[in-house]
Write a protein that binds this ligand. Structure first.
Ligand code: SF4
Length: 233
């Protein structure tokens, strides 16, 4: 595991649980609005050892309920599953944030019962994905992840959300509807405005944010396919 950061406490990253956040280094995408661009390059030497993080979690087991693994793209980490097994053995709920590019890893984590919640980013409709990921993507792999995650509630009792960061100049209303269609029947789809953080600061402006009236219309249109809401920060 290449771990570049540990946020000791969060009240908002795991729904209704007090969590710690572990940031893994390295990502196979290069999104234009990435919140954590310093976590994209790989390889890089770890800033924190896995043992340090596990010791921390052991000490905090009475105060924390959950661990969020984010990045970067955590599924690229070669020792992710043994690490998660150790976190699980400490009694934590685990949430994984992923770009969905490695469905086999997601499935393996689920089979090992090391997953309680998963959040997959849906960057754009599939035909526009390369503009958002900053690289060519394996669309079949993304579809495989979507199908797998959508089956989780019934097959593994794993909660999930799909989420899209919305910018007016990059995603028009028809694009957002296409994303909803892609997720047809999913239990939870979250739209969120771009924020002026990380690479997003280059794109952020008030004009990029859809108005409340437009958001209402978008939600109505997308809700024909999927349970959708707009997350406000
Ligand atoms: S997938 Fe996530 S971590 Fe990777 S570049 Fe995109 S926003 Fe950043």
């Amino acid at each position: 595991m290449i771990i570049s950061g540990l946020q000791p406490t969060s009240l908002s990253d795991y729904p209704r649980k007090v969590s710690a956040i572990i940031f893994t280094q390295g990502c196979n995408f290069k999104c234009p609005y990435c919140h954590n661009p310093q976590l994209i390059p790989s390889p890089i030497s770890p800033k924190l050892s896995s043992q340090f993080v596990l010791d921390f979690l052991k000490k905090r087991a009475n105060l924390l309920q959950a661990v969020v693994i984010t990045g970067g793209e955590p599924t690229l980490q070669p020792n992710l599953i043994p690490f998660l097994e150790q976190v699980k053995a400490l009694g934590y709920k685990i949430k994984l944030d992923t770009n969905g590019s490695r469905p086999n890893v997601i499935e393996e984590i689920a089979k090992k019962k090391c997953l309680d919640y998963i959040a997959m980013d849906i960057k754009a409709p599939l035909e526009k994905y390369h503009l958002f990921s900053g690289c060519s993507v394996n669309k079949e792999a993304l579809i495989q992840s979507i199908n797998l995650i959508r089956s989780f509630n019934s097959s593994y009792y794993i909660h999930y959300e799909f989420r899209t960061t919305v910018t007016r100049s990059l995603l028009n209303i028809s694009d957002i509807i296409q994303c909803g269609k892609l997720l047809n029947g999913a239990a939870q789809y979250i739209l969120q405005d771009i924020t002026p953080q990380g690479l997003g600061k280059n794109l952020y402006s008030k004009e990029e944010i859809y108005s409340n009236q437009e958001k209402k219309e978008i939600l109505k249109l997308v809700s024909e396919y999927v349970n959708v809401y707009w997350r406000n920060y």
